[in-house]
Design a binder for this molecule. Structure first.
Ligand SMILES: *[C@@H]1O[C@H](CO)[C@@H](O)[C@H](O)[C@H]1NC(C)=O
Ligand SMILES: *[C@@H]1O[C@H](CO)[C@@H](O)[C@H](O)[C@H]1NC(C)=O
Length: 295
């Protein structure tokens, strides 16, 4: 078995014909970052553009002479493949992984492994924090615009979701998020392009649960079930306290903010056809007036 550097040099001598195979081959002049959960975010300089992406694959190829930057808010960890898999904790959130001309991986300028392949992941889950946004969500001028996300690199940020919340009346107005595309890699932020959610991570907010009494789904269920049993109050309609965030992968990622996304649903409307929302509301409400925004 040749060391990978030797294999690489031998293949370099071959004709252009073989370069096509080389590009697809295991022995290509590149290094491999295998990924484990929790996954880091990556930034890559592509000419004059810097791209931030969430990897959707189990590994990333870095060509010889190239580098890629990994980011975890709770610190980065790597393991040398085939080398006891002893995790090594980096005391920083950002690291440049460089694949040198000999297919050796380095972090910054420091040699870390003789292997062209290592495994990287984040030290901890829960990379998203709650921020008050200086930019306001549409129709939310009277209320608070919150953003849940993570700052990257000091200059960029990834915003996962926006929340319009009436803090005075303790009411969730609406949430704003982008469903996850099913492409290979999610490009989050490009040069000069404003964040699609038009929010910024201006001021970090501690957990709101410490100061406000958010109701848990368990408690709501228990209360509702008790009422159903004792007073037959909700025998026509059933209500649920559930997340307004209906995208499953987003729900998982933002699970620690579930309390903020929960709202009261009328079960029939939630499970049946939204196109008949206004008709249904009209038919069912004789007393109360509703102001309905759709979009
Ligand atoms: C809070 O609710 C009251 C009564 O419904 C309303 O008059 C007031 O405008 C609300 N506050 C905000 C900030 O919307
Ligand atoms: C609450 O009740 C709803 C409706 O019965 C149910 O679907 C849901 O799983 C319950 N959730 C919890 C946490 O008990």
């Amino acid at each position: 078995i040749f060391p990978s550097t030797l294999k690489c040099k031998m293949l370099k001598i071959s004709f252009v014909y073989f370069l096509v195979i080389l590009a697809r081959s295991e022995f290509a002049c590149s290094c491999e970052l295998s990924l484990k959960h929790p996954l880091p975010l990556f930034t890559k300089q592509l000419g004059s553009r810097k791209v931030v992406f969430e990897p959707q694959t189990s590994s990333i190829n870095v060509l010889a002479g190239e580098s890629i930057t990994a980011y975890c808010s709770g610190g980065l960890v790597y393991e040398k493949k085939y080398d006891g898999n002893e995790p090594i904790f980096l005391a920083k959130n950002t690291a440049d992984f460089i694949c040198d001309a000999n297919n050796v991986l380095k972090i910054g300028g420091v040699h870390i492994s003789n292997n062209r392949e290592i495994i990287i992941f984040c030290a901890s889950q829960g990379t998203y924090d709650l921020y008050e946004s200086k930019k306001t969500l549409p129709n939310c001028e009277k209320y608070m615009s919150y953003a849940i996300g993570v700052p990257i690199d000091g200059e960029k940020s990834e915003v996962k979701a926006g929340v319009c919340f009436d803090l005075d009346n303790f009411t969730l107005k609406y949430i704003h998020f982008i469903t996850e595309p099913v492409t290979d890699r999610i490009v989050i932020d490009e040069k000069k392009k404003a964040n699609e959610l038009s929010l910024d991570l201006n001021q970090k907010v501690g957990g709101l649960t410490d100061y406000f009494p958010f109701m848990s789904v368990q408690k709501f269920n228990a209360t509702r079930n008790e009422l159903l049993r004792s007073r037959n109050l909700f025998d026509i309609f059933d209500f649920d306290l559930d997340s307004l965030l209906q995208d499953e992968s987003q729900q998982t990622k933002l699970n620690s903010y579930a309390y903020l996304f929960n709202t009261l649903w009328w079960r029939q409307l939630r499970q049946q056809n939204w196109r008949h929302f206004l008709e249904a509301l009209n038919e069912r409400t004789r007393v109360t007036k509703y102001l309905v925004y759709m979009g």
